[in-house]
Design a protein around this ligand. Structure first.
Ligand SMILES: NC(=O)c1ccc[n+]([C@@H]2O[C@H](COP(=O)([O-])OP(=O)(O)OC[C@H]3O[C@@H](n4cnc5c(N)ncnc54)[C@H](O)[C@@H]3O)[C@@H](O)[C@H]2O)c1
Length: 260
């Protein structure tokens, strides 16, 4: 038997991965687990990601904390320049940064609607654009992964979140569109659509009222939310050679939620 089969197939050794919004939540666990799989990590965040860097460095990995708001082109360009300066290459992008507000059509302002679209959709577009530019220039056969949501295919209840749902539906279709545009350059673009995952966005009392958490509980077919680490196996697969023929796909990881 070939002993290194799994490592050869899934290892990210020698690759550089950018994870956006990785200061906490799902992004933090993605950054940690891509580092565990062998990648050098860069993080874009709006207020620093020291805890994530510490987590990775404690385990012997490399991580670079870059202040960059994904919606601001100049900051994204400068951040990617910094990655090239420090690591010399960029192979993987995980567009994870995102926001969600629970407001109905009359509570939410148009500015709030635009903000959600700007961060979840346009921010991912800007980062993908600038990353693909440097991948193409270097001849890198890169992998871009957008964190969408099951909310891109269904309407969550009971909370109103039209902007979020619309933004994630658009992320799924932008993923397919960019995959088609970039295929001739050997760059693959896929998305992951998680169901409810326990993070500040889904359990923090500042964001989710206890009554809402209680209303969600009977809706989980597996009787619980997912954990961020239950997403990272699929993300490592999408980053690695093991998924070389997977392109423009949306991988649903929702604990059966959308099947019912
Ligand atoms: N938690 C869930 O149940 C769930 C389910 C499906 C999809 N998702 C998606 O997963 C991703 C991560 O969610 P999470 O639960 O970890 O949320 P979170 O709120 O814990 O983390 C999101 C991070 O993105 C950062 N961010 C926001 N706007 C940014 C910007 N313009 N530039 C850079 N960073 C920015 C935030 O500061 C935060 O650190 C999001 O895209 C979210 O929509 C989450």
């Amino acid at each position: 038997m070939k002993k290194d089969f799994l490592l050869d197939m899934f290892s990210l050794e020698g690759k550089v991965a950018l994870v956006t919004g990785a200061g906490r939540g799902i992004g933090q666990v993605i950054a940690r687990d891509l580092a565990r799989a062998g990648a050098d990590i860069a993080i874009f965040s709006r207020s620093g990601a020291a805890a994530t860097v510490q987590l990775i460095e404690e385990e012997g990995g490399r991580a670079l904390d870059i202040l960059a708001d994904c919606t601001i082109e100049e900051q994204v360009k400068a951040g990617i320049e910094k990655i090239l300066e420090v690591y010399g290459r960029l192979d993987i992008v995980v567009n994870n940064a995102g926001v969600c507000y629970h407001k109905d059509i009359f509570e939410a302002t148009v500015a709030e609607f635009r903000e959600v679209i700007d961060i979840n959709l346009t921010g991912s577009y800007i980062v993908a654009k600038e990353a693909a530019r440097v991948m193409i220039a270097a001849g890198t056969k890169g992998s871009i992964i957008n964190i969408a949501s099951m909310s891109g295919s269904i309407v969550n209840v009971p909370q109103p979140q039209a902007a979020y749902n619309a933004s994630k539906a658009a992320v799924i279709h932008m993923t397919k569109s960019l995959a088609v545009e970039l295929v001739e350059h050997g760059i693959r673009v896929n998305s992951i659509s998680p169901g409810y995952i326990a993070t500040p966005m889904s359990i923090d009392p500042d964001f989710v009222e206890p009554e809402l958490l209680a209303a969600w509980q009977p809706l989980f077919p597996m009787h619980r939310m997912g954990k961020p680490e239950e997403l990272t196996g699929a993300i490592i697969w999408l980053c690695s050679e093991a998924s070389a023929y997977t392109n423009g796909a949306d991988i649903l990881i929702d604990g059966l939620y959308t099947a019912l």
